[in-house]
Design a protein around this ligand. Structure first.
Ligand code: FE2
Length: 221
């Protein structure tokens, strides 16, 4: 019976054009054995809102050619053992613009209405490596929280779950209290940037399942 449960969503994923998210939403929020990992995750369904795009291991966000600090974010997504590269994982990221807002054009659909258009999707290959190109986001206008990039991962046979935001080690808003609030889901999200040829470089590896509630023991490769 387990094989049957797995095969139906895979067939749906293979033969539809991703125009209807309803099927994927239910698949996203439940594992094949009916359990749910990672706790509540408002907006995790956005991990499927890439339309008909063919995902690969890197992407460029729409702000990249606008004014602001250009940044390359890269790393490797590993299985729970922290060593084995994870294949076929979708990483969804979104962030604020240079004014600290989640900008929208007005015709966004789904979670794009909340997340804005500065978002992107990556799917790892066998190397587990990922990269995205964007501008370093600004903190919210009220400066009550450090600048950050939200991130969600979707493993092939588990529901989508959020991981720690990308945060910047040198951000003056990253107070000891803010640091203490980090759960280290997927590993530490606080990163130091370096600069090369006018581009900020941020490295972050992600370990699937690390500090994720109800993560199945069988995935600890
Ligand atoms: Fe945010």
């Amino acid at each position: 019976m387990k094989t049957f449960k797995i095969s139906i969503p895979l067939i749906i994923l293979s033969f539809t054009s991703f125009t209807s998210f309803t099927s994927f939403t239910s698949f996203a929020q439940t594992t094949t054995d009916g359990t749910h990992v990672g706790g509540a995750c408002e907006g995790c369904e956005a991990v499927f809102e890439f339309g008909t795009a063919r995902l690969n291991s890197s992407c460029t966000l729409p702000d990249y050619n606008q004014q602001g600090p250009k940044m390359e974010v890269s790393g490797t997504i590993f299985q729970r053992d922290g060593k084995t590269p994870a294949d076929g994982v979708i990483l969804y990221i979104y962030h604020t613009d240079q004014t600290g807002e989640y900008p929208a054009t007005g015709d966004e659909k789904g979670w794009g209405k909340r997340h804005g258009y500065l978002r992107g999707w990556i799917k790892t290959d066998r190397s587990g490596k990922y990269a995205f190109y964007t501008l370093k986001p600004a903190p919210y206008p009220g400066r009550e929280a450090p600048a950050h990039i939200h991130a969600t991962v979707k493993e092939p046979l588990l529901n989508a779950y959020w991981i720690d935001e990308y945060l910047f080690e040198d951000d003056p808003l990253l107070t000891p209290k803010e640091r203490s609030l980090q759960k280290k889901r997927g590993g530490n999200g606080i990163a130091t940037t370096t600069k090369s040829n006018g581009m900020l470089l941020l490295k972050r590896d992600i370990i699937l399942g690390l500090n994720i509630p109800d993560y199945p023991a069988g995935n600890k490769k």
